[in-house]
Design a binder for this molecule. Structure first.
Ligand SMILES: [Zn+2]
Length: 322
């Protein structure tokens, strides 16, 4: 319709925008009107009784001696081909599928009901002022959390897997902030500058051993297990969760890069940095969180619960480095 079309375009345009905004989910840091407390209005499942993340109360864990060593297949070799790092508008995601090699990155054992192939990994983080993990430990949030998403090998598609309580298995790793960078995260962190804007992706310079992103091998038998969901809409209750007890180090400058390099989709005139992209803990209801055979029995938090900002404040007098 031309400019002489007498106002009809002025009526239809705002309607189109309103429908699009109503169908979107977001985090509170983008717009509280579409944040996590509203997700159940878009997808009823998000209001279900087996939602993730949850608080892991270490005084209420139930030990399950059947939760032994997880078998990691293909985690200890850099596969051939390329991995794509994506800003999908909600997180930074490393796509592990697409190449034939992904068939060989898998987990089993550790009480998992089958073999699960790795699909993708992504992160949840906070802001300079606050931590941003999804799971919490004894009510405390940690600076950042890694999720490695796997699909039960007996299902062919994500859609199919989402229809079953054991369709997906996600490994969750907490981070603690260190003064020195963790070189194992260099490839991902240096890719961030190429995916500032939502929808952008970049092929990483090289693949690497996925095991290098995890806690050290001797601590991988210490984990928490429970039945839950995806932590973003549609919130399918199809996830066997494994959250490792030992946090992984991330340098404060590396964490800073996540908080300052990547942006949410533009909604207004001012671009918004991607921060606080986490869902808060959901009610446990009748579920139990199990401790693996080797998990440390509760008592005190061995982990570093300082916020990145506080840590920066503490480190800055020392920081004039050569
Ligand atoms: Zn996640």
């Amino acid at each position: 319709m031309g400019p002489q079309g007498l106002g009809i375009t002025f009526v239809t345009l705002p309607l189109v925008i309103r429908v699009a905004a109503g169908g979107q989910w977001c985090y509170d840091s983008q717009d509280p009107k579409c944040g996590p407390s509203h997700w159940k209005e878009l997808k009823a499942t998000c209001g279900g009784s087996k939602q993730s993340p949850v608080n892991i109360n270490r005084r209420r864990l139930q030990r399950d001696s059947g939760l032994g060593d997880i078998v990691f297949e293909g985690y200890d070799q850099a596969p051939p081909g390329k991995w794509k790092l994506v800003n999908n508008g909600h997180t930074v995601m490393l796509s592990l599928e697409g190449e034939p090699a992904s068939e060989h990155i898998a987990i089993s054992g550790g009480g998992l009901p089958g073999r699960y192939r790795a699909l993708q990994l992504h992160f949840h983080w906070g802001s300079p002022a606050a931590n941003g993990s999804e799971h919490t430990l004894d009510g405390h949030q940690l600076p950042m959390e890694l999720h490695i998403v796997h699909i039960n090998a007996k299902y062919r598609t994500l859609g199919e897997a989402k229809g079953h309580p054991s369709g997906l298995a996600v490994l969750g790793c907490f981070f603690q902030v260190s003064e020195a960078p963790n070189p194992n995260y260099n490839t991902i962190v240096s890719g961030l500058r190429n995916i500032s804007h939502a929808g952008q992706s970049v092929d990483l310079a090289s693949t690497f051993r996925l095991s290098t992103l995890l806690p050290r091998a001797s601590r991988l038998s210490r984990y928490y297990r429970y039945q839950g969901s995806l932590t973003t809409p549609d919130c399918s209750e199809a996830v066997v969760w494994t959250v490792f007890e030992e946090p992984v180090d991330i340098g404060w400058a590396q964490l800073w890069a996540f908080m300052n390099t990547v942006y949410f989709p533009a909604s207004g005139a001012v671009p918004q940095k991607m921060t606080n992209n986490y869902r808060p803990p959901q009610p446990l209801h009748s579920r139990k969180v199990f401790a693996s055979r080797d998990a440390t029995s509760s008592r005190g938090c061995p982990c570093h619960l300082l916020s990145p900002l506080l840590l920066l404040a503490l480190l800055s007098p020392l920081s004039p480095s050569p």
